[in-house]
Write a protein that binds this ligand. Sequence first.
Ligand SMILES: Cc1cc2nc3c(=O)[nH]c(=O)nc-3n(C[C@H](O)[C@H](O)[C@H](O)COP(=O)(O)OP(=O)(O)OC[C@H]3O[C@@H](n4cnc5c(N)ncnc54)[C@H](O)[C@@H]3O)c2cc1C
Length: 419
Amino acid sequence: MENYKCKSVGIIGAGIQGVCIGLQLVKKGIPVTIFDRNDPLSFDFKPSSYGNAGHFSPYAVLQFNRPDILYDVPKMLFSSYGPLALKWNYVAKMIPWFLRYLKNCNKKSMLNTAKNMHQILNLSNDAYEEIFKEIDTSKLVEKKGIIYVWTNKNLKSRKLEIKIRNDLGIEQKLLTQKEILDLEPNLSPVFDAGVIYEKAMHAKDPHGILKAIFRLFLNKGGNYIQENIIRLKQINNNQTIIKSEDQEYSFEKTVIASGAFSKNLTDQLEENIPLDTERGYHVHFKDMESLISRPVIFLDRGFGMTPMNQGLRAVGTVELGGLKNPPSKKRLDYLIRCAKELLPQLKNHEDEWLGFRPTLPDFLPVIGPSLKNKNIIYAFGHHHLGWTLGAITGKIISGIVAEEKTNLDLSPYSSKRFN
Ligand SMILES: Cc1cc2nc3c(=O)[nH]c(=O)nc-3n(C[C@H](O)[C@H](O)[C@H](O)COP(=O)(O)OP(=O)(O)OC[C@H]3O[C@@H](n4cnc5c(N)ncnc54)[C@H](O)[C@@H]3O)c2cc1C
């Protein structure tokens, strides 16, 4: 084992970023403590990394900053049966984020996001495969590809998106309605065509995978403390104090991996990073998971279904409404109606869940040192792809902590872009 100089690291957040970063650091022999207000091994642990759709999506280089979204947004916001919704009491707070987002809705920014997402997405599955060698994934991971379906009414930038993926060398196989129904015969034929990413995999239990990685971290000597962190204090360049309500902990380096809540901490460092959240929901249809063999996403509706150990998970939609608003019954109803449109066999649902995607207005994460202190390192803002990017973020951040050289160009993920 190499002898790294770093004496101690504190990580705030035990979501998928936090546990993967922790694991890579203990593997390097660096002493590390993860903090989270909820115990990752408990039933109360329900952050984004618990409730997501479970897609490992290395192909998903394109996000919502496409040029033609501007035509759709007003219609989507005012329709109660659309993939995008707004909590009106949050509009004023969301304006700075939204203005920056609008600036990014053009072809140039779309290609910039695609190129820089591709750089890390392309390494994402291999990074997980390395971890999977050390945990039993036989009941946790399935490799049957992921299908997206759509109607011809709503093609939008689809041709451009397919071309961009082709140009980046991403494998995608376009499918007719019949070919989709041959693969997933229980689906109702309410779509016209689609695509399958044959090499994609999915989690049958994202929380189960996170717990297995967390246990591996503990077994290798990692430390966990259940605390709600309220303050970060820089003593000097080589010492940060992490403060909870009644305790203080001192570390040489600190990693902020607190998902959509990271802004509470970065604001204290006087960096105005425009992180906000895209809220998303899930419900389960118990014992219905065998109706489909792999995740199916209905693009027109902005939702998908994933067969999981807990049941068939209907998951998705985007709601702009911040971290404090309660869940919206209307959004959950929308999700349930969408699921029943594709699978009319579905009946009662359970486990209503709201989660917070951490999203920057250019749909790139923030991965790298803070601007004020190179020993405070950021790992958040992975929006719709934070599950996919957990393992590779762990490798990148541990490399930054250990001051290793990298061939990756990490400049696109720096928080400098907002200053
Ligand atoms: C509906 C939905 C579907 C999704 N589907 C997919 C998908 O299929 N594929 C994909 O790649 N991604 C998906 N995502 C996105 C993905 O889930 C997230 O990007 C990812 O889980 C974020 O991980 P994280 O570790 O950054 O944050 P989180 O999972 O949110 O974890 C952050 C942790 O930090 C802790 N924390 C925060 N602040 C503090 C504090 N002050 N003190 C102590 N602890 C703190 C929280 O308790 C939490 O446990 C989806 C998200 C949603 C909402």
